[in-house]
Design a protein around this ligand. Sequence first.
Ligand SMILES: [Mn+2]
Length: 361
Amino acid sequence: MLSKVETIQKVLKKKKLDLALITSTPNIRYILNKYDMQYGGIICIPKDQQPFMISSAFESADVRDYGIDVFSVSNKVKADIKAKNKLEALKKILKEKKISTKKIGLELGFLNFLTYDKIRKKIRSSYNDISEELLNIRAIKSKQEISILKKGARITVRGMKAVRESLTPNMTEKEIAGIFEAEVRKHADWYSFDTIVASGKNSSKPHHQITERKILAKDLIVIDCGIIYKNMHTDMTRTFCLKPGEKEKILHKIVLEAQKVAINKLKTGIKASIIDKAARDYMKKLNHNQYFTHGLGHGVGMDIHEKPSLDPDSKDILKENMIFTIEPGAYIPEFGGVRIEDMVLLTKKGKQILTKFTRRL
Ligand SMILES: [Mn+2]
């Protein structure tokens, strides 16, 4: 059986649930270890029986070899189950297999309200949220996931390198984003988010929307970018400046040192909030903590932001095989900002930076 199914069954037993229904595409891909699949369906994981998947007739051929029983559904064309929709088919199968449905686990954090409403009208049960548990499981990356994210990080670095090498005054923010995007597109499936290029005063806004502003030699230029490779997300930020003045150099140095302090402190078993605090305390000593307005980092994977969360209020503990970002920043209104972000893999022996590339201005 799929190893992730067993982990979820342990959660079901702990929470005294009869079964889990997995409906979100990221979690379906995750459970099936099929990172390049487009389509989802419903996966039903009973607490002590084989899991199965319900899929539309036209898509079921794609999932036949996914290591799980698949039932296709249609009331128009030939299918395993004759039913109007997947929920109706699910109800039939649950009855046939005599699976208890008194307490069901659902990913309430991923479901939209209308789908939730449909499910609970179709199958009467007491519904319990298991999205937190699934996110905790997802935070620890498998060997396959680590290798996909490493490859993704290498592609991202190539894009960042192309940007650094072509940066010249008068290029617009959009042109710079285009250079990154064209370079990575040779291998990336898509982008993790809209590429951020924030120049000059714009760099004082952490999530600036790109414009046609032309860059000047003295501008700080924050480039925050990521790609999707086999449905896994990467995330990386560098700040460049063609002709930095004293103020730009100092700001950059403070952020870079804060990142180093945080990375040096990383080890398994440590609270994520302590790592955040280390970077924040370093900046406080230099009177810059008031400019560090966001969390220090976040996990990456099937989603661009997932567990663990490295911020002052986080309850997460850092564990072996987690992959997350370390991204301190300082944003001075009406002047500009600096952010430096790397993806880090935590290992038993230490840590590995996956987005290895110069952090110089
Ligand atoms: Mn990030």
